[in-house]
Design a binder for this molecule. Structure first.
Ligand SMILES: [Zn+2]
Length: 328
């Protein structure tokens, strides 16, 4: 994944806003508590005074009993802290109500720990990078909440095997996709890969965009592309155009979604490119979703036996039936 200067700036802006919010919140709480319990204000003043006293002792002491004096002041400090906590607790406030509560405790909203860039900042950078990658995809119009099942016919059996109507099958597929998105990071037993299959306009793109949208919002690194865009970008990558390592993103992202496999103009390059992407991701245990109008037989004929058998073995196949609902 490649990050540019703008992504760093954006991440830093968000982190500094988090820090500001945390500090503001703590100040507001102090104002509230000092008003309600003036005793706590007194205690806080005493605590600052003991710190000053410690500093004074260190600077002025002849050194004889410095240790005892400081220890005494520290003990006083601890007992003042305890007294404060007790008042808060008695009045049903959490003990740490006046402490700054950071969004990320590991780096206290600075973005850095002693080991370098904090995970919270890495996560923000990742979100920026994937947002940029998917900028051209209109995700907002396609959500689980506006997927319509009543567009699917309910008056004939679509599949002998299941004995279900197109609408019932679409409902099953919908549920599967919803679960897939909601449990993206804890899919242990379920297949990590989906092949959505069926005619044009049967909701495959809608459901895969709904998965993409939900996953992106929840910090999953998603790359979404039609097979044509994918190949186009890979080819310009190959010739050194400015795609900033697009192939790396395609291979490394948490979830790759290839829309409309089979619609691209295909050549020997296409066939081996798809096989390599799909195979590498399987080996790396990374999730992939493929949408296609092609049947498995057509995939076999158009691409290769190898690709078809990888898909049959490793993908959960969701088939869609019905008529093009965008036309109705
Ligand atoms: Zn952090």
């Amino acid at each position: 994944m490649s990050y540019n200067k703008r992504m760093f700036e954006e991440a830093e802006k968000i982190i500094s806003q988090r820090r500001k919010n945390a500090i503001e919140q703590s100040k507001a709480r102090k104002r509230e508590i000092y008003k309600l319990f003036p005793k706590i204000l007194k205690i806080d003043n005493l605590i600052s005074k003991t710190s000053i006293d410690v500093a004074k002792e260190v600077l002025s002491s002849s050194g004889d009993n410095l240790k005892e004096i400081i220890q005494g002041l520290m003990l006083k400090n601890i007992s003042l802290q305890e007294e404060k906590k007790l008042i808060l607790k008695k009045n049903n406030y959490p003990e740490d109500y006046l402490e700054i509560s950071y969004y990320c405790n590991k780096c206290e909203d600075s973005g850095y720990t002693k080991d370098g860039i904090c995970d919270c900042k890495k996560q923000l950078l990742k979100e920026q990078a994937y947002k940029k990658l998917n900028m051209s995809v209109n995700i907002n119009n396609f959500k689980f909440s506006n997927f319509k099942l009543d567009c699917y016919p309910d008056n004939y059996i679509a599949s002998e095997k299941s004995g279900k109507t197109p609408r019932e099958i679409a409902a099953d597929n919908f549920k599967y996709c919803e679960d897939y998105a909601y449990n993206f990071f804890n899919k242990s037993s379920k297949s990590k890969n989906i092949l959505m299959q069926g005619g044009t306009g049967l909701g495959k793109t809608h459901l895969s965009l709904a998965i993409a949208g939900y996953c992106i919002e929840n910090g999953v690194g998603v790359v979404y592309a039609s097979s044509q865009q994918l190949l186009h970008k890979l080819e310009s990558d190959k010739f050194g155009d400015s795609q900033e390592g697009f192939l790396d993103s395609v291979l490394e992202c948490d979830l790759l979604i290839i829309d409309d496999l089979g619609a691209e103009f295909y050549t020997q390059f296409t066939i081996s490119a798809f096989y390599n992407i799909i195979n590498t991701r399987l080996l790396e245990n990374k999730s992939t979703i493929i949408n296609t109008n092609l049947s498995l037989e057509e995939i076999l004929l158009k691409y290769s036996q190898r690709l078809a058998s990888r898909i049959i073995g490793e993908y959960n196949i969701l088939t869609f039936y019905g008529k093009d609902y965008r036309l109705s």
